[in-house]
Design a protein around this ligand. Structure first.
Ligand SMILES: [Zn+2]
Length: 178
């Protein structure tokens, strides 16, 4: 590990302690004497994603996170909600004990997570992932959500799908004057 300040290649460990799933080491650069921290963690066994066309690709957390971020763009979600969803999915994947997972399974996990987080993000993700070819399929999905919303009382953290009769994703951020 090179020094982040001067790139010198060697440092000494001045403190070392066990943390949740690894070791945290406080280091001091032997050249510029700056201090920095490193974490050592066990690399889980590789996990491969089987794509629709049967190609294998190593699981990439950043890619998963980017996909979820895109669906949640400009949605008023609580801080950390997206990272948590990504973490939960990643943990579940690694704990499944499988070395290969079809991309469809991961997509379903994201959809499930987004559904309980924000319907607009869910619909956005679904429209790309499920490849809705026409507006009818998309409308069916929205109808299912609206029916579910009407039947069950809304969980507090869920954002309403409709605001003043308009999809909440298009609602103005400022309050309308009464
Ligand atoms: Zn240095």
């Amino acid at each position: 590990m090179n020094c982040p300040y001067c790139s010198y290649h060697d440092s000494k460990v001045i403190d070392s302690r066990d943390v949740n799933d690894g070791v945290r080491r406080r280091r001091q650069c032997l050249s510029c004497h700056s201090r920095f921290t490193t974490y050592e963690r066990l690399q889980p066994a590789s996990l491969f994603v089987i794509k629709k066309d049967e190609r294998r690709e190593e699981f990439n957390r950043d890619k998963l996170l980017a996909g979820i971020h895109k669906a949640c763009e400009k949605r008023p979600l609580p801080t950390g909600a997206i990272d948590k969803l990504c973490d939960d999915i990643e943990t579940e994947l690694y704990h499944s004990g499988k070395s290969e997972i079809p991309s469809a399974i991961i997509g379903d996990m994201v959809m499930e997570g987004l559904k309980s987080l924000d319907y607009i993000a869910y619909i956005r993700f679904a429209s790309v992932y499920r490849d809705f070819t026409d507006i009818t399929a998309l409308k069916q999905e929205v109808d299912i959500l609206l029916n579910a919303e009407a039947e069950v009382s809304q969980p507090i953290e869920q954002l309403p799908l409709l605001l003043n009769g308009k999809p909440s994703g298009m609602a103005k951020s400022h309050r309308r004057r009464r």
